[in-house]
Design a protein around this ligand. Structure first.
Ligand code: ADE
Length: 249
């Protein structure tokens, strides 16, 4: 997977050299190509911002350096769609990550200031994505979020044990809770089934916890997902137990 990133702060992407993205960059499952609009300015001050037509606070990214950097980057990666990171974009989620992971490359355009000229979006941006309903001071962190979520889905990046298939959201549910040693943590014990060695019972318990937590915390996710008869039964049992527990407390 080829990542091209257009950003005024390419140094921020040093963060991608760590962890799973770092491993993928070293292992050649992913490559990262950084493009700085400032390198495409023509004035002595290397100006990258400009005043908005119509006035108002804040600046807009200057058009000419952006146009020039986009042209160069697109020549280098002609098969990559240009993705502009913006709170106005479509909400990024696991489904989008899975779809992007199938591509040969993506070009991530990180805006700064109040954003970029709308005509540049019209001419040169293929997709607009948001990572959530809040405003970041630039698209860089959003670009890194997308790179991370996509990279860990690439073949050969995660080992079998940490496989992405086992993740929360891969099956449309939140994760079940995890426990590790010690089996007594300041008086709190580990659910007995996890110590039983009964793998089928453990699987059932984990699925029930995932269903139950999703029901409690993200009921919207359950509405988007069909439950099998077994899942329905496990969830109903969870709800009965939960309601019994809250009635007695
Ligand atoms: N740039 C600023 N805020 C953003 C967000 N929430 N998602 C994507 N890009 C952004």
């Amino acid at each position: 997977m080829r990542f091209d990133v257009i950003s005024l702060f390419p140094e921020m992407f040093k963060a991608a050299e760590h962890g799973v993205t770092g491993k993928a960059l070293q292992g050649k499952q992913a490559s990262l190509h950084l493009w700085n609009p400032r390198d495409y300015t023509k004035d002595n001050h290397r100006t990258v911002d400009d005043r908005p037509y119509g006035g108002g606070p804040g600046m807009v990214m200057k058009v000419d350096p952006l146009k020039a950097v986009l042209q160069q980057a697109r020549q280098a990666a002609p098969d990559s769609r240009v993705i502009y990171l913006t709170p106005q974009g479509q909400r990024f989620d696991q489904k989008a990550a899975r779809e992007m992971a199938k591509r040969s490359g993506i070009m991530l355009l990180a805006g700064r200031y109040e954003g970029i000229d709308e005509r540049l979006i019209d001419c040169c941006v293929d997709e607009e994505w948001s990572i959530g309903d809040y405003v970041l001071s630039g698209g860089e962190l959003a670009a890194m979020v997308i790179m991370d979520a996509v990279t860990r889905l690439l073949p050969g990046v995660l080992g079998h044990a940490e496989s992405a298939e086992q993740d929360s959201y891969m099956n449309g549910l939140l994760d079940f809770p995890q426990y590790t040693r010690p089996d007594d943590l300041d008086g709190r014990s580990v659910p007995e089934v996890l110590l039983s060695g009964d793998h089928a019972a453990i699987e059932r318990w984990r699925l029930q916890q995932a269903l139950g937590r999703t029901w409690l915390r993200r009921p919207d996710l359950l509405e988007q997902r069909e439950l099998s008869a077994e899942e329905q039964r496990l969830l109903e049992e969870f709800i009965r137990t939960h309601q019994g527990a809250s009635a007695s407390s």
